[in-house]
Design a protein around this ligand. Structure first.
Ligand code: CTP
Length: 397
């Protein structure tokens, strides 16, 4: 990644302090950074701290003729492989959506020939405002990429979408876009996600509330770390992550077949909420009302995909399961790890609105004990898990 670099545009928002952390992480990942601060951006972080962390001059609207001879503003806009706007304020989004260019940041955005990634951050009402929604749509249509915003409590005391994505998640998005070598380059990964639909007839099915978010985030993080990633997903409403091959399935049996077809892989992460049972028979045509209540639906067991992968002849080097528990979280999950034969179990307490939510508090249970992680965005859980997978596979190699 040594030859990759980003141009950071730092807008005026309280989240700008997280951009300093992002610069530090970019450096750790070997990605170079130059930065432009908007006038409002300089109210939140100083050009001095930005340039000290990035090791490069930080540009502001005080951009002088001397700067122009060092590096012209057009060249600055093209000097990097990617332009990252963090925080992307409502104002910066509006400017780019409408082609305005009245300061260095907006000029660079309009003049660049590189992809643009925005990490929006603003008050929830500003984010939900119809004008911002229109601008977001326009920018997406124009090919601008987005990471976040997340739900959460804001500096202004309100709650909702508008918090800037965490630095780890922005870094993961940058790495995915740059499609650069990461710690998992050369590794094949398989991830299952979402619910399964088990048909009763052509229009009715048994399903569950899994949103698939954690699994999609894990697939994205593995791909961002360089893994060749296949995501086998039950029906969910999430856009496929970049650089991830997606296979859509409905039933547990279809999910198993897609997983087995993907073998051999180095790591399998089973996050799917697979239905444990399915109706014994699925009617070929719609079950009609007959005036009588239907008799009981007989359920039969579905294959356990995690157990099959763990016990199969082509067992991946590392098999990871998830355990959604409502009581005795760690003990039940540890039990599941033994029964299913996987290496690690990521356990979470689903009584706290995790299903469908943005955050997750998990415990990583392996043969050597239990690690309890703090409550994190699902994207951050994914990034941490990808890092742990990379370390474990390196040790196993
Ligand atoms: N799993 C699977 N195939 C199934 C059922 C579960 O691959 N048919 C995987 C899930 O993807 C998850 C792990 O097994 O990684 C735990 O699933 P869970 O449903 O929580 O456990 P169960 O074994 O079904 O136990 P219980 O429902 O009693 O909690």
């Amino acid at each position: 990644m040594a030859d990759k670099s980003v141009l950071l545009i730092i807008g005026g928002g309280i989240a700008a302090y997280k951009t300093l952390e992002l610069i530090r992480r970019l450096k750790e990942a070997g990605i170079g950074a130059r930065a432009i601060l908007t006038k409002a951006g300089t109210e939140f972080v100083t050009p001095l701290s930005v340039s000290a962390l990035s090791g490069n001059k930080a540009y502001t609207d005080m951009f002088s003729l001397t700067d122009e001879t060092e590096m012209g503003h057009i060249q600055l806009s093209r000097s990097a492989d990617l332009v990252v706007v963090a925080p992307a304020t409502a104002d910066l989004m509006a400017k780019l959506a409408n082609g305005l260019a009245n300061d260095l940041a907006s000029t660079a955005l309009l003049a660049t020939d590189k992809p643009i990634l925005m990490a929006p951050a603003m008050n929830v009402r500003m984010w939900n405002n119809e004008a911002t929604k229109r601008n977001l749509k326009t920018l997406k249509n124009d090919g601008v990429l987005f990471v976040g915003p997340n739900d959460g409590e804001m500096a202004c005391g309100e709650f909702g979408p508008g918090r800037m994505a965490e630095p780890e998640a922005i870094l993961a998005a940058i790495q995915a876009i740059l499609a650069v070598r990461g710690p998992l380059t050369g590794i094949k990964a398989l991830v299952t996600a979402g619910p399964t639909y088990e048909p009763l007839d052509p229009v009715r099915f048994l399903a569950n509330r899994s949103s698939g978010r954690q699994g999609y985030a894990i697939a994205a993080a593995l791909a961002a770390a360089g893994a060749e990633t296949l995501l086998v997903s039950g029906p969910v409403e999430i856009a496929p992550p970049r650089h991830v091959k997606l296979v859509r399935v409905e039933t547990a049996r279809e999910m198993l077949a897609a997983c087995e077809a993907a073998l051999p892989v180095d790591v399998a992460v089973c996050t799917a909420a697979v239905a444990d049972w399915r109706p014994e028979t699925a009617a070929g045509s719609k079950i009609k009302k007959t005036g009588e209540e239907p008799s009981a639906i007989k359920l039969i067991a579905n294959p356990d995909i995690l157990a099959r992968l763990s016990g199969g002849v082509q067992r991946p080097t590392l098999v990871i399961g998830f355990a959604a528990e409502t009581e005795n979280v760690i003990a039940n999950a540890a039990d599941k790890r033994r029964k299913k034969g996987c290496d690690w179990i990521v356990a979470n307490d689903v009584t706290t609105g995790v299903m469908g939510g943005e955050r997750n508090k998990v415990h990583l249970i392996s043969g050597s004990g239990t690690e309890s992680w703090p409550e994190l965005e699902k994207g951050e859980v994914a990034v941490r898990l990808a890092a742990r997978i990379a370390a474990a596979l390196e040790q196993a190699a």
